[in-house]
Ligand binder design. Structure first.
Ligand code: ATP
Ligand code: ZN
Length: 303
């Protein structure tokens, strides 16, 4: 029997997020936008869920995959970089997968990249043969080097990776890059991308089999609703019945037009459009007979 089925049934969902750092505030805001609220205890480790039985655990990001693996938490908001590193490290020592990314969350974007001293003329990955590469992501780097068939030395450092070449502890580095400013300040230049990362909602590999399963499904639905809403607009207008077919033809990306009774021979129409609605497109609709055009941003969307 697996750990998840033998564990006692729980009726509250527990989500681990970063206590402080780049992912802390966006993670909280996103979960709040999903309708969760907690008793205020910002400086504590644990926040009790008020609106729903969903509690927060505030931890270091590095601890999040392990907390899910151990069943201490059910979900976590963590960088794909961290999740992938720890997943690869587990596999290296023969452990089974214990967590997986469930949804990309659209923040915390960065790349795990190889960066070389400015003065190097980059000729490709074979240049890395025999070199010492400093990184906090030894498992991802080792897997990438293996895939590229490059024999290089991985120097594991827990922080300040970017100064390793200057200190002489490594020849080059493999580190997270977002703007590139830190690299530039250390006379380093990014040359290869190992991973495109963003914050993800991570969860267990096995489905939960108690009340938490329903809570998790609801949270995922709400998250998906927010993501979908970001790119949706509700278009409302009225038109003479004779123009409706032509107007529908001009809205191929819209979900079917909803017709409501209007005044006289006019009907009122609503359409949910995916993607941007340019001025040009709105003017085209107006020329085809749309009147009283109104575009509304969609904040949430369950369909
Ligand atoms: P903790 O105290 O929780 O261990 P940390 O120093 O490891 O904090 P942060 O620097 O806050 O963590 O980074 C958290 C995550 O933010 C990273 O794992 C990564 O997914 C993402 N991130 C986005 N841009 C960058 C960047 N330029 N450098 C580092 N991480 C970044
Ligand atoms: Zn960390």
């Amino acid at each position: 029997m697996s750990a998840s089925t033998s564990a006692p049934a729980r009726d509250r969902l527990r989500i681990a997020i970063q206590k402080s750092g780049r992912l802390a505030d966006p993670a909280r805001s996103l979960l709040a936008a999903c309708g969760l609220s907690w008793r205020q205890s910002r400086d504590k480790l644990f926040c009790f869920g008020e609106s729903l039985p969903v509690d927060l655990l505030l931890v270091r990001d590095d601890d999040i995959p392990g907390l899910i693996a151990d069943g201490v938490c059910d979900l976590g908001v963590v960088g794909l970089n961290e999740l992938d590193e720890q997943a690869k490290a587990r596999r290296r020592i023969g452990l089974a997968d214990a967590y997986q990314p469930l949804r990309g969350l659209g923040f915390g974007q960065c790349r795990l990249m190889i960066a070389v001293p400015d003065e190097w003329e980059w000729q490709g990955v074979q240049q890395l043969v025999g070199k010492r590469i400093a990184t906090s992501y030894p498992a991802i780097l080792a897997a990438w080097l293996k895939e590229k068939n490059v024999d290089a030395q991985v120097v594991e450092l827990s922080g300040s990776v970017e100064i390793a070449p200057k200190l002489g502890t490594a020849d080059l580095i493999c580190d997270l890059v977002s703007s590139g400013a830190t690299l530039a300040a250390n006379q380093l230049r990014p040359v290869e991308t190992l991973l495109d990362s963003e914050a993800v909602l991570a969860g267990p590999v096995h489905e939960l089999d108690d009340a938490r399963a329903g809570l998790m499904a609801m949270l995922l639905r709400r998250l998906d609703g927010l993501t979908r809403a970001q790119d949706r607009k509700l278009l409302m207008f009225s038109a003479e019945e004779a123009h409706v077919d032509e107007l529908a033809r001009l809205l191929p990306d819209a979900e079917p037009l909803l017709r409501l009774p209007g005044q006289g021979s006019a009907v009122r129409l609503q359409a949910m459009c995916n993607g941007a609605l340019s001025w040009q497109r709105l003017e085209e609709l107006e020329r085809a007979g749309a009147q009283e055009l109104m575009v509304l941003a969609v904040e949430k969307s369950l369909a």
